[in-house]
Design a protein around this ligand. Structure first.
Ligand code: UD1
Ligand code: UDP
Length: 360
């Protein structure tokens, strides 16, 4: 069995890392095809280095551009590589442009596709990722649903049960595999002048939030209110999209410390020691839930409703008052929820399934 792992952005590298480790550990014939959607060192190479992943055999270097441009370049590049390599199965993870284009290329060549983290829905079609999720799930052959809820969603869309496998989410594997290493890897918190449990962590990068000057300014105002109310530092490792938009809109956050994006080990440290996390990231909502840190989601909806149901997360949207109110509510709660994303053995299950299904 020959496996191609297609990835292109930060969250895909992090969530695919446990699957890559599993393939490596079992001595499987596999290679990584990187689309190059993310290319800055701190969104890309740093993760390969710190998570000790095999380097990509191919990098299409598609870079930034409109969704259409990126999709087209990835389709052309992936098709060439797949025709040359002729793998038995392609694995993709998540919902980015790279994932959609990678899956589509493979399907058009009649190569089996496994979709890791299938069945997530925000029901918000303004998000490019929502369209991607639907299309990817409907062209995949093996759908690795992280939770029973995701499986129910897929069944509801008419996907045959025989294609769906509830595996847990590989982010749990990634957190468990790296939490201890992160603790031992240096004093990230101290180096930033922070104290455990005495700061809040922010990430914000969705176009719906940061490409709109009014909404971006409103969220920053909400964060200022939170900083003023609780008197703690707020740290924001800022995504390059957000940095660019902040400059373009001339927004100057007053009470927030902006830092460059950090690697996963440093970020795990920042998350686990934070008193509160405020984010619009999908992965960060999951990680805060797994790590037992309360989360305020700076969006109007989420494709991770499990985090809200267990009491780890709340939707605040973009209004300053609501952001403050939700922060107070989450800080007043006990952090004793169950992790809904299963046990940290998702990657093992995924590789077991492809061995069984593809090698038979
Ligand atoms: C993409 C994904 C999003 C995911 C995010 C993870 C899509 C549609 N969006 O959003 O789902 O949550 O990645 O972080 O696939 N840039 C750099 N360096 C890079 C990459 C990007 O500076 O390595 C800057 C460029 O100015 C670029 C902008 O960030 O135009 C946006 O990059 P892009 O890859 O289009 O989307 P993301 O916002 O990163
Ligand atoms: N992350 C990181 N460094 C940072 C910010 C985030 O390593 O400075 C990690 C985080 O732990 C999570 C992933 O990036 O696993 C989430 O990626 P992002 O928020 O870019 O995308 P999303 O999950 O929203 O698609």
């Amino acid at each position: 069995m020959k496996v191609t792992v297609i990835l292109g952005t930060r969250p895909e590298i992090i969530k695919m890392a446990p699957v890559i480790r599993e393939l490596e550990g079992r001595g499987k014939d596999y290679f990584i095809l990187h689309t190059g959607q993310h290319y800055s060192y701190n969104l890309d190479r740093v993760f390969f280095e710190r998570l000790k992943l095999r380097r990509a055999k191919y990098n299409l270097e598609v870079g930034s551009g409109s969704a259409g441009e990126q999709t087209a370049r990835i389709l052309v590049g992936v098709e060439k590589v797949l025709q040359q390599e002729n793998p038995d199965v392609v694995l993709v993870e998540g919902d980015t442009t790279s994932v959609l284009a990678g899956a589509l290329s493979a399907v058009q060549l009649h190569i089996k596709v496994g979709h890791v983290e299938a069945g997530l829905r925000s029901y918000d079609r303004d998000m490019p990722e929502e369209i991607n999720r639907i299309l990817i799930d409907h062209c995949a052959d093996y759908l690795f649903a992280p939770t029973g809820k995701a499986k129910t969603i897929l069944l509801g869309e008419g996907i045959p049960e025989s294609k769906i496998f509830v595996t847990g989410n590989t982010i749990v594997d990634a957190v468990y595999q790296n939490r201890q290493i992160a603790r031992e890897s240096g004093d990230t918190i101290g180096n930033l002048g922070l104290k455990s449990g005495k700061y809040f962590l922010v990430t914000l990068h969705r176009p719906g939030n940061v490409d709109n000057p009014v909404r971006f300014a409103s969220i920053l105002e909400g964060l200022n209110k939170v900083a003023a109310e609780f008197g703690v530092p707020i740290v924001y490792p800022i995504h390059p999209r957000s940095r660019k938009m902040m400059t373009e809109f001339n927004l100057k956050p007053r009470k927030i410390t902006l830092i460059e994006p950090v690697d996963f080990l440093d970020f795990l440290q920042l998350e686990s020691n934070a008193r509160l996390i405020l984010t619009d990231s999908g992965g960060v909502q999951e990680e805060s839930c797994i790590l037992g840190v309360p989360c305020v989601t700076l969006r109007d909806n989420t494709e991770r409703p499990e985090t809200i149901e267990v009491g780890a997360n709340i939707l605040a949207g973009a209004s300053p008052e609501k952001i403050l109110e939700c922060s107070k509510a989450m800080l007043g709660k006990k952090n004793s929820w169950e992790n809904p994303f299963v046990d940290g053995k998702a990657a093992r299950r995924i590789v077991d399934i492809i061995e069984r299904e593809v090698e038979q």
